[in-house]
Design a protein around this ligand. Sequence first.
Ligand code: TXA
Ligand code: MG
Length: 315
Amino acid sequence: MDQAADIAGQIKQAAAALKAGGLVILPTETVYGLAADAADARAVAAVYAAKGRPSFNPLIAHVADVAMARRIARFDARAEQLAARFWPGPLTLVLPVADEVAVCDLARAGLDSVAVRSPAHPLAHALIEAFGGPLVAPSANRSGRPSPTTVADAIDETGAAAAFALDGGPCAIGLESTVVALLDEARLLRPGAVTRAQIEALIGPLSEAQADARRSPGRLARHYAPNLPLRLNVTEPRANEVWLGFGSIRWAGDGAEPFNLSRDGDLAEAAANLFAYLRAADRSGAAGIAVAPIPDTGLGEAINDRLRRAAGYVG
Ligand code: TXA
Ligand code: MG
């Protein structure tokens, strides 16, 4: 069987599994997701159960394109501009909901808003097209754990609940999408690969997310956490720690430097490696993880956000 036919067959099988109310492990350019029919409350409930989310935290509805998004959410001028510039891609827009059936109450955690994103990964796009409607797809990790960036890590986390897994290779970006709410003032709910500066260049200044955690539950402390304790901004790791280096800051320990998020100091490379390295560090037998300082500019804002949450520093 040639590969193209094989991929078409897999998309068909995955779409059929979704139609039957099953869950599918789905590659995206950010992280792997655990996908379900956004309209099917039973399937959505199975996603929450598979992740072990302590409370219902609203999910992102993944769409094939702006046309599909406009059927479920109300777009204002800012949303149109952002979607035109950054979709398909790692940007999620929180907008007033337009169709409460296509994205069921449970998927929205009962809110009158809906999060929408059009992923750039060709397999994600093909699956949404084949399915013919929006798919919820939270990161495929169990709640509070690092997001999976390979199909093997996704299967490790929530594979037992999935009817099918699509292998799209390692995720190019490695951090979850940027989330921007456009309900009143534009607010940055979660930094990501589409940077604050890129968004502000298009729609003007972003306000800070409101402290109310129920409106952006993904901002809870101790999110994305590895099993081991994590220390940040460390230039001299302890003997029993795994050190995640960055750039040219040198490893002071004996022997070879174990991990470097990016020897060239490339933030995109560091983002792509981050969650896989946290998992590898967990498996290493060390007593803790120490991470080198990462600059807070551009994509560094998203990396530092995930690191602070993983370390439990953010309230
Ligand atoms: O990159 C991504 O966005 C990945 C891939 C698989 O697409 N998905 C992902 O989903 O990260 P999840 O469920 O792990 O994160 C969704 C975030 C959460 O922080 C959630 O609180 C927020 O989006 N969110 C969803 N709907 C919302 C809403 N109506 N209002 C405010 N925040 C919302
Ligand atoms: Mg997540």
